[in-house]
Design a protein around this ligand. Structure first.
Ligand SMILES: [Fe+2]
Ligand SMILES: [Fe+2]
Length: 329
């Protein structure tokens, strides 16, 4: 547990120390962005014969350990259909990812617009925006190469999501919770699939590896930003942030992990199969787990109390946080 400062001088010294370590994190992230970054059309050999996307390539088939891939219905489909469904799902995740990142970039630029000269965040936010532009291009190029009628977020949701880029005008801390709400579940799913050996096509593997490497920096920045800023927020603003955090995370995690509606209709996947694959205990556990790191952070920052805990429960994303430090205050 962090010992509270005894005197005002000690408190000032601690704040300076905290500020210095925050700025040194930003310096490290800036350097990493310069040293290691990828460009969508310079670093991916799209026309390499080995990387071509064929919708009936069996490498797109979902493994039996996948929740949809493990259903009786899926396994009884012709191999070609199994491959098409697997590819459709990968491409939809990329389309939703690029739509989320479009909102994110606009929000980052809104945030950067008002930053004063000399602000350490300015340069990093521009590095992040540049990297996200390349992610958007590589995801869209992949979707185009599938030749499938891939749609991203459902229309109604997409309309509401247009408010996201304006969040930094109201509250930058809430905006970075939104950032983590999108980035952490995507990162969780991509890492889990890669680690489990589910990625068999080399183009998908290249894209995921690039994305995971750069997202680690974006997630680190958002986490450090919140760790630095939340302890300085007033009681009321912090309370409101504590209530809105599970709302944002609950909605975002569902957007990322839900079955694509057009895919369900196109392949006429029976309702009972969708229920079995996406509404069962394993699916609920995945939604809970994919926001685990943000939940731990919220607990560490003192953003969870009895009221907000109910909202975490309501959205089905509550689990006991794993907290290393006591709340800042
Ligand atoms: Fe990204
Ligand atoms: Fe990102």
């Amino acid at each position: 547990m962090t010992k509270p400062p005894a005197t005002l001088a000690e408190e000032v010294r601690e704040k300076v120390k905290d500020r210095r370590s925050y700025e040194s994190v930003i310096d490290r992230l800036n350097k990493a962005s310069v040293d290691k970054h990828w460009e969508a059309y310079a670093d991916i050999p799209w026309d390499d014969p080995e990387l071509q996307v064929d919708p009936v390539d069996p490498r797109w088939t979902l493994p039996p350990t996948d929740r949809l891939g493990g259903t009786e219905w899926y396994r009884s489909q012709p191999v070609e259909i199994q491959a098409r469904i697997g590819l459709w799902r990968v491409a939809t995740a990329m389309k939703i990812g690029l739509q989320f990142e479009n909102l994110l970039k606009r929000g980052l630029l809104t945030y950067a617009y008002k930053l004063p000269n000399g602000s350490p965040e300015f340069r990093y936010v521009y590095h992040e925006t540049t990297e996200e532009c390349h992610h958007g291009m590589m995801f869209q190029e992949f979707v185009n190469r599938t030749g499938m009628p891939i749609r991203g977020m459902p229309k109604a949701l997409s309309a509401v999501a247009q408010l996201a880029p304006s969040i930094p005008r109201l509250d930058t801390e809430l905006f970075f919770v939104f950032v983590l709400g999108g980035e952490d579940p995507i990162d969780y799913v991509q890492r889990t699939n890669l680690k489990a050996g589910h990625i068999q096509h080399p183009l998908e593997e290249i894209i995921l590896k690039i994305h995971i490497a750069e997202e680690a920096r974006h997630i680190s920045f958002a986490r450090h930003y919140l760790k630095h800023r939340v302890p300085t927020m007033g009681r009321i603003r912090r309370k409101v942030l504590g209530i809105l955090t599970p709302v944002v995370l609950g909605v975002m995690a569902r957007i990322m992990l839900s079955p694509p509606g057009p895919m369900v209709r196109h392949f006429k996947i029976p309702r009972s199969v969708v229920r079995e694959a996406y509404r069962g205990e394993a699916a609920r556990a995945e939604i809970r787990d994919c926001v685990g790191k943000v939940r731990d952070l919220a607990a560490e920052l003192g953003l969870i109390d009895n009221v907000s805990k109910r909202i975490w429960h309501l959205f089905g994303i509550w689990d006991k946080p794993n907290v290393r430090h006591a709340p800042a205050r």
